[in-house]
Design a protein around this ligand. Sequence first.
Ligand code: PMT
Length: 410
Amino acid sequence: MLTGKRILLIISGGISAYKTLVLIRDLRKEGAKVTCVLTQGGARFVTPLSVSALSENKVYTDLWSLTDETEMGHIRLSREHDLVIVAPATANIMAKMAHGLADDLASTLLLASNIPVMLAPAMNPIMWEHGATKNNVETLRQREIIFVGPTEGNMACRESGMGRMSEPEELLKAVHNFFLSGPLKGVKAVVTAGPTYEAIDPVRFIGNRSSGKQGYAIAEALLAAGAQVTLISGPTHLKSLNAANMIHVESTREMLEACEKSLPVDICVCSAAVSDWRATSMHEHKIKKEAGNLPPTLSLTENPDILKVISNHPDKRPSLVIGFAAETKDIEQHALSKLRKKGCDWIMANLVGKDKNGQEKAFGSDENQIYFFTRANEDCELWGCMSKKHIAEHLVIKIIEHFEKNRKND
Ligand code: PMT
């Protein structure tokens, strides 16, 4: 699949550098030409000899190599490739990239590069969560750097959390996606998925039964069609989509902030089950059940409406905004009213609650049934009961048709 593709792989200093040896082998197997740069730290984890043997190519390590630099080696390296991958991408190399430092070969050629860059972050969870790293990630995302991972799990330092480098097969999938030329190539999308949680006290929250399955399926179908996808997910048990820019949030306000920061995009699909209200104030400590006291009352405040904010954005409104409507009755009437009130372009309504057999109809289930409405044509289009994956594919076909029609009209 990758015949003729030229990949520059920068291996920086992290324990997961050993995984890049497998990645090099897999990329070579698919016909890619792989040129590797080892940072000083990277060379402590894998040897130039093994990297060179697997890539069947010279390995570059030194900015001050006389032989390489007589040919302006760092400039040449930064231009002669189709994609740069940094794996593992340590907190250090990401900080250098974000701030434009160029004090070794890897950082210099990243600064001199004018080709797409893909990062596979790997670090201790506290480092990943650190405000400095978060700001750097944000800066790099705004520069359209492609992030693959990190994922959650046990770390070499015996801690666990977010920060593991994605596995070589996930990275390979992301490289395939990058070179894939699907009908939505060049189109940017934001998808929201899952529930939002609104804290009452440190242990209790207001939430709902959304599993995120529908939203994740939509993100996957958009990725398969070649779109660049940011998936903003509330708390779910689903595996992160490595090929998407994953942003994990908890509350509605966090979800809105992440959505707004991800703009401008071409498409926004709001499939998250967003909490309409939050507790007016969050208790600092767990509310105690004291004998003889009345149960506490919960005062609620309305949350911002993400779909409405995005649909009415003054200068960054996506050209296609798709909302959902979760209804227990009068579905068509409520769906149309939401379509008009919120200002989105399409609405996908589904009946929620339990069926006659006590099974959930949409929340958490693998199947769903959609009542589809558009602003242009308010007639209901009923999609038969199908898997959430099929619903996602059906939606993406409609999106492709929509963009093709608009292109023709331009
Ligand atoms: O996650 P699954 O288990 O796969 O289930 C899928 C689903 C049932 C959650 C999904 O298909 C669905 O219906 N999602 C929308 C749920 C919802 O919150 O519906 P609503 O009718 O309350 O809201 C209407 C629209 O406004 C939605 O697009 C919602 O994302 C948005 N909204 C709602 C409230 C709010 N404060 N901000 C919003 O953006």
